[in-house]
Design a protein around this ligand. Structure first.
Ligand SMILES: [Zn+2]
Length: 296
């Protein structure tokens, strides 16, 4: 049992952080910029995001490494910076967390498909994830958060890669579902039952869902996933549903409205609650207050 499972056993419910992309954009990251390059060019901004979430009451913060895989970084001409970007990001979050909050290394999708749909073999996909995860782990991070997954095979590759890098890591894996006429499904057609079963079999220590939905839709997703797995569930929901304003996608659910659903989410089976797109330290502070009420 690693640091995250220990902490969860001790605290019962935990608060995670909110969006990183939203915060970077607020600090001037432009569309088309490489977010992971900011670990080098804007380390103070990146570190301060971790600091702000810890101050807001997060027990766990992620790293600015969501797109830190070789295939993603190559698109910006940074294919030779995988180790550097991931290691420095991990160090910045560890510094920001200041020893109190747990740091979980964010690992997003590669954006590529496995054979036969795409060109990557499972082995190649695994190697791509292992390279990124090694960079994160080399800074001393002991938890990996594989997130925004839509293909179950890719998620499984990432879990195997993390285990290979270090069998003792705590591995969180979350998938992104959309509401469809046939219930919640990922873009690749995976439903909550299959996600819960396969992620558990693949060896994830914590499963769940992030992005794609507001907290209200996450309640049935949580209930469904917890039916098919005994693993703790982490939920990072968006600040409501996206609205298009002046050609920009924005998420505008208030911290209070989001926090009002935390109790239902926990009752459905979630034990780690944080935010995704559109959430800010104010949302995390409101979620913290709700979780504290439930723990009182
Ligand atoms: Zn999101």
């Amino acid at each position: 049992m690693g640091i995250l499972l220990d902490r969860l056993a001790e605290k019962r419910l935990m608060v995670s952080d909110g969006a990183w992309g939203t915060m970077l954009q607020a600090s001037g990251l432009e569309p088309g910029d490489c977010p992971e390059e900011w670990n080098i060019s804007h380390p103070d901004v990146v570190r301060s995001i971790a600091v702000e979430y810890v101050k807001a009451g997060a027990d766990m913060v992620l790293t600015n490494t969501f797109g830190g895989s070789r295939v993603k970084l190559e698109k910006f001409g940074f294919g030779d910076k995988v180790k550097e970007f991931n290691e420095i990001a991990a160090r910045l979050s560890l510094e920001g967390a200041g020893g109190s909050a747990i740091v979980a290394g964010s690992v997003g999708p590669t954006g590529e498909f496995l054979e036969p749909l795409g060109e990557l073999s499972e082995q190649q996909m695994e190697d791509i994830f292992a390279e990124q995860i090694s960079g994160i782990v080399s800074a001393g991070v002991r938890v990996i958060c594989i997130e925004t997954m839509t293909a179950i095979e890719e998620a499984s590759c990432a879990i195997r890669a993390a285990r290979k890098v270090d069998p003792e890591l705590d591995i969180i894996t979350t998938m992104t579902f959309d509401p469809t006429p046939n219930g919640f499904r990922t873009m690749m057609g995976v439903d909550c039952e299959r996600a819960a079963k396969v992620l558990t079999e693949a060896g994830a220590d914590v499963i769940g869902s992030n992005c794609g939905n507001g907290i209200e839709q996450m309640i049935p997703i949580t209930a469904e996933m917890s039916k098919y797995s005994d693993r703790p569930i982490l939920i990072h929901s968006n600040a409501g549903v996206p609205e298009l304003i002046d050609g920009k996608t924005v998420f505008r659910q208030s911290p209070e409205d989001m926090a009002a659903k935390v109790k239902d989410l926990v009752e459905a089976g979630a034990s780690i609650v944080g935010g995704c797109c559109g959430t800010t330290p104010a949302h995390i502070r409101a979620i913290r207050a709700e979780i504290d009420k439930l723990l009182a």
